[in-house]
Design a protein around this ligand. Structure first.
Ligand SMILES: Cc1ncc(C[n+]2csc(CCOP(=O)(O)OP(=O)(O)O)c2C)c(N)n1
Length: 310
């Protein structure tokens, strides 16, 4: 889990670099600071369980098993990318690792995840679906339609709300009335919250929920309290809508990688040198992945109209 969180962190730092050097088309929403959520939850899943993701989706894809090289290739619009360069940052799908796709429509993937859970139940496969979404999606009607269906039909789906406090530039308290957990509870869906900066807590909680959902008890809802360190997207650099002291507090006191590293050393499971060695290995892997993507060819012009449906 330490290595996976670090992979996401270093991947995202490279994305920021590629974007600011104008090498990457499109836009990117960085997941830095939230790594423990994706890693804690995906570590409790099987490879062929399903996930759906959001505009802030790189971390979910990597945590579920996507290869950094093909991810970078997708971001750079290259043929070797997961969507052959046609999806970009916000639409990465990797069916081989159960990733049914990121979705730039806020709340959009709640329907897809619930449909995947329906198919798993109908076909009797025992797979479950995890639907990641930000707290901004709590304002979307689709979520309530599908939570209703999921409860009525006892579907194996876990709704994971990542509350990083801000929907774009607005604090969630200005957009979200009442208690978040009361919303799934109104449908009879068991709901709980977890410290989204503590990967061990996220993993332990997810492990229990995953087992319940897989055993046929129907849907669940997990609220993960977390924080994004960077702007809403890479261009949001001044972040005047939130206090610098707040950012500093999360980064210094609540950093998920630092917290797990300190715990690991405190438990004498690893020492500083071993953690540094993991860091160097991940850095080498990420550098090689960027190089692979930079060298990879663009798709041919003859593919421009392939896979176009509308
Ligand atoms: C239906 C819809 N409305 C508006 C947008 C524009 N938009 C993109 S991200 C975002 C805020 C999302 O906030 P949240 O769901 O909390 O996720 P976070 O960015 O914090 O991870 C908005 C309003 C959109 N993509 N889709």
């Amino acid at each position: 889990m330490y290595r996976r969180m670090l992979t996401i962190r270093l991947f995202e730092e490279q994305v920021n670099d590629l974007y600011t050097r104008a090498l990457m088309p499109g836009l990117a929403h960085l997941y830095i600071g939230e790594e423990a959520v994706a890693v804690g939850i995906c570590s409790a899943l099987e490879r062929d369980d399903y996930i759906t993701s959001t505009h802030r989706g790189h971390g979910h894809c990597l945590a579920k098993g996507a290869a950094p090289g093909r991810m970078f290739a997708e971001l750079l619009g290259k043929e070797a990318g997961y969507c052959r360069g046609k999806g970009g940052s916000m639409h990465i799908a990797d069916p081989a690792s159960g990733n049914l796709g990121a979705n730039a429509i806020v709340g959009g993937s709640t329907g897809i995840a619930t449909g995947a859970a329906f198919s798993a139940k109908y076909l009797g496969t025992k797979h479950i679906a995890v639907c990641f979404f930000g707290e901004g999606a709590l304002g979307q009607g689709l979520l309530y339609e599908v939570m209703n269906m999921a409860r009525l039909w006892n579907l194996p789906v876990i709704y994971v709300c990542e509350n990083n406090l801000y929907n774009e530039y607005t604090h969630f308290s200005e957009t979200t009335a009442g208690d978040i957990l009361a919303r799934p509870a109104a449908f009879g869906i068991p709901a709980e919250s977890v410290d989204g900066q503590d990967v061990r807590a996220v993993y332990a909680t997810s492990r229990r929920i995953v087992d319940q959902v897989r055993s046929g008890k129907g849907p669940a809802f997990l609220l993960c309290n977390t924080y994004r360190y960077r702007g809403h997207h890479v261009g949001d650099v001044s972040r005047g809508y939130r206090a610098k002291q707040e950012e500093q507090r999360w980064m210094t006191e609540r950093d998920p990688i630092k917290l797990l590293g300190e715990w690991t050393i405190g438990q004498k499971l690893a020492d500083h040198d071993q953690l540094d060695a993991i860091h160097s290995r991940v850095k080498t892997e990420i550098d090689a992945a960027v190089e692979f993507a930079m060298q990879a060819p663009f798709p041919g012009a003859d593919q421009a109209q392939e896979d176009v449906y509308a």
